[in-house]
Design a protein around this ligand. Structure first.
Ligand code: SAH
Length: 224
């Protein structure tokens, strides 16, 4: 696990600590209970993950554009997905599909030992890697690829998180889930999707449908 309280990141972030505390108060009021998730979101400078022009809006309860038609999810959705992912205990590694700004990966990397993250847009993958490695994360691995195929060499994973919405959960991702592991994905073909949690039980995959959510669609292939 990375501890950002001792490095440069928290120093830069201190300027907006009060704004972040207010964001966390809101998350608590919205029902987020996991103390570790709340603590990490209070310590992670979300404004570094968006364009400077949007920095003042970084702690509002809203999704924000990150370029290339993609968006960073609103704080509540990041908190909710992270909380669900950790509900059954701390996964030893997490596979994230859709690195985007890198914010979700940064939150995860402070809660779990190892994060693998896959992004299909080269410029986004590069920017996130530069930012996260630059502030000292050592437990995030990046891959530029179509995340439909996951990252088989590093699996199986106790937890898999999709932050872009497929029409259906890709079979190859299910195959990379460790026994007892859980996968969370926004699933659906239009702008409104349902959050689906799939757990891998002894011989079967159990699907549960949770909240209504709105994510960008999962696309095929790579872009540079
Ligand atoms: N987790 C991100 C959210 C980014 S939005 C964050 O914290 O900022 C969703 C991201 O998924 C976009 O960057 C988009 O390019 C990416 N994406 C969409 N389809 C994908 C695919 N097939 N493989 C990998 N990434 C994909």
């Amino acid at each position: 696990m990375s501890d950002l309280t001792t490095d440069a990141l928290s120093g830069i972030g201190m300027t907006s600590q009060r704004t972040r505390d207010r964001m966390v108060d809101r998350l608590r009021a919205q029902g987020i209970q996991n103390a570790a998730v709340l603590r990490i979101m209070a310590a992670t400078p979300r404004h570094l993950f968006v364009d400077e022009a949007l920095a003042t809006r970084a702690y509002e309860d809203t999704a924000l554009p990150i370029g290339f038609g993609q968006t960073l999810s609103q704080p509540y959705v990041v908190a909710r997905m992270t909380e669900l992912l950790l509900e059954a205990g701390t996964p030893s590694s997490v596979l994230e599909i859709g690195t985007g700004s890198g914010y979700q990966a940064a939150v995860l990397a402070q809660l779990v030992p190892m994060v693998y993250t896959v992004e299909r847009i080269g410029a986004l993958a590069q920017r996130a890697r530069h930012l996260l490695e630059g502030v000292g994360f050592r437990n995030i691995r990046f891959k530029l690829d179509d995340g439909h195929w996951g990252w088989r060499e590093q699996g199986p994973y106790d937890a898999i998180l999709l932050t872009a919405a497929p029409d259906e959960v890709p079979e190859s991702l299910l195959q990379q889930l460790a026994p007892g592991g859980r996968l969370l994905a926004p699933v659906g073909s239009d702008e409104r999707q349902r959050l689906v949690m799939v757990t891998r039980e002894e011989k079967v995959f159990v699907h549960r449908t949770l909240d209504a959510v709105s994510f960008v669609p999962m696309r095929s292939g790579r872009e540079f």
